[in-house]
Design a protein around this ligand. Structure first.
Ligand SMILES: *[C@@H]1O[C@H](CO)[C@@H](O)[C@H](O)[C@H]1NC(C)=O
Ligand SMILES: *[C@@H]1O[C@H](CO)[C@@H](O)[C@H](O)[C@H]1NC(C)=O
Ligand SMILES: *[C@@H]1O[C@H](CO)[C@@H](O)[C@H](O)[C@H]1NC(C)=O
Ligand SMILES: CC(=O)N[C@H]1CO[C@H](CO)[C@@H](O)[C@@H]1O
Length: 420
């Protein structure tokens, strides 16, 4: 009805409104954060060096809103103090040559960084980071999507959302090795929703994750959680509503406790098809947890799913495991750390798990090396290489990166989306 009225009276306006509402952060974006707009309509910032600060640095790139950040360098960016991400920023780690970008040495804050799109980048905090801080923190804000992000070595939590936060997606990512003694995957406590999709939680003593509020937890793999717990149903006075579907829980050497703990009657959840392999024997020979209090703690079981924005394709638990192994994290070029976590640890199906407090020591041996590579030629410096411009009818000698193409994305977005 509304649609017809639109067509008859204001056809052009109507089409504009519809395409604006329907445009995803990138093609295939899913979950609560799928409609984040990032830096679209702003300008392009090309990161040209690995310096901690100053012109051409990552810190400078994300210091202002309305930017699409691309990389003409690859490697490790060592940061001393925490980096604060601005709102309406797109971070396109997939544009970096070589093995991409690792931010190492401290954490990043996405508090109030509403409407951000972050893809194919590694945030590794480490012991030198600020005590009591997370590798990624979000205390407030909405509409953020983290896709193919590898985050590790938080001193407090690794990826932590806690506050007035809405509409966040974490998809195809790795949340790894919260540092002892806290060793946390992280809180996922929103007022308005976080989707966690096809993501690996690995080697965290506790909070893999700890959830309160609105949560969709679909097709994830949780490996080698510690005695603090796997998926912790926040035992809170406030209400939570979660869909927990088709996930895989594999015990490792550090696992001493059931995958689900601490729920109470305020934790309302629809659970289905969650797979648990408890025996650490190197073979995938687990079972689907039946929805009992013993298996899921004393949650309030729902008989139907909450109508949350969700995955386009719900995988079986074993397909989810295969997908996570193949592509979770900054997998355009997997670094040594993620390769170790995925192949050596997760690939052992229960036999190997890291017992570390210092990521600079063996077996992790720090964040590097990350091959730097060479950026393709970009004559007009607009962030889109000449070869792509020529192949797609753009002008390699004039800045046309932010021109909106017929599909609604800026030219540069079509370029960065074409890379992965
Ligand atoms: C990056 O750091 C190097 C080494 O400290 C310095 O020589 C160079 O000028 C810096 N580049 C910029 C653009 O500040
Ligand atoms: C979250 O997303 C929904 C659906 O797009 C929207 O209706 C709602 O206003 C968003 N919430 C915030 C706080 O932006
Ligand atoms: C947990 O789930 C398994 C597999 O469905 C089932 O065999 C077992 O009885 C459940 N455990 C309890 C204590 O309910
Ligand atoms: C990197 C790190 O500290 N990992 C810890 C994660 O939790 C497990 C389970 O307790 C610990 O054994 C690890 O040391």
């Amino acid at each position: 009805m509304a649609y017809y009225r639109c067509i008859l009276t204001f056809p052009v306006l109507c089409l504009l409104i519809q395409s604006a509402a329907a445009l995803l952060a990138f093609p295939g974006a899913e979950g609560f954060g799928a409609q984040a707009t990032g830096g679209r309509t702003g300008s392009v910032y090309v990161v040209t060096n690995l310096n901690d600060s100053g012109a051409g640095s990552f810190r400078d790139a994300v210091s202002k809103s309305n930017r699409i950040v691309v990389f003409a360098v690859g490697g490790v960016i060592n940061i001393d103090s925490r980096v604060v991400i601005s709102s309406r920023v797109t971070i396109a780690g997939q544009t970096a040559p070589g093995q991409g970008i690792t931010i190492y040495g401290n954490g990043v804050s996405y508090s109030a960084a509403s409407n951000t799109i972050t893809r194919y980048i590694r945030y590794r905090m480490g012991r030198g980071g600020d005590s009591g801080k997370d590798a990624i923190t979000i205390a407030n804000g909405e509409n953020m999507i983290f896709d193919h992000v590898s985050v590790s070595w938080g001193r407090d939590e690794t990826f932590s959302i806690n506050g007035d936060v809405s509409n966040v997606t974490i998809s195809d990512s790795i949340i790894a090795q919260g540092l002892q003694t806290h060793s946390c995957g992280g809180l996922m406590q929103t007022t308005g929703g976080v989707s966690i999709i096809r993501t690996l939680y690995i080697d965290n003593q506790t909070r893999n994750p700890k959830v309160k509020g609105v949560n969709e937890f679909v097709n994830n793999v949780v490996y080698n959680w510690g005695g603090g717990g796997g998926y912790i149903a926040g035992d809170s006075d406030g209400p939570s509503q979660a869909n927990i579907l088709n996930n895989v829980f594999i015990s490792g050497p550090s696992t001493t406790i059931h995958p689900f703990t601490r729920g109470n009657a305020n934790f309302h959840t629809f659970v289905s098809n969650n797979y648990y392999d408890p025996d650490q024997d190197g073979t995938l020979n687990g079972f689907i947890l039946s929805p009992t209090t013993e298996n899921y703690s004393a949650v309030d079981f729902q008989s139907s799913k909450y109508p949350y924005p969700t995955v386009n394709t719900l995988l079986s638990p074993t397909d989810a495991l295969a997908k996570v192994r193949a592509s979770a994290g900054a997998s355009k070029s997997r670094d040594r750390v993620d390769t170790y976590l995925i192949n050596t640890e997760l690939g052992s199906l229960g036999k190997v798990g890291a017992l570390i407090t210092d990521p600079a020591a063996a077996p992790m041996n720090g964040p590097g090396p990350i091959a730097g590579g060479t950026a393709p030629t970009d004559s007009d410096g607009d962030g889109i290489p000449d070869s792509y411009e020529t192949a797609h009818g753009l002008n390699p000698n004039s800045n046309d990166a932010m021109v909106i193409a017929s599909n609604g994305y800026a030219n540069i977005e079509n370029y960065i989306n074409s890379l992965v």
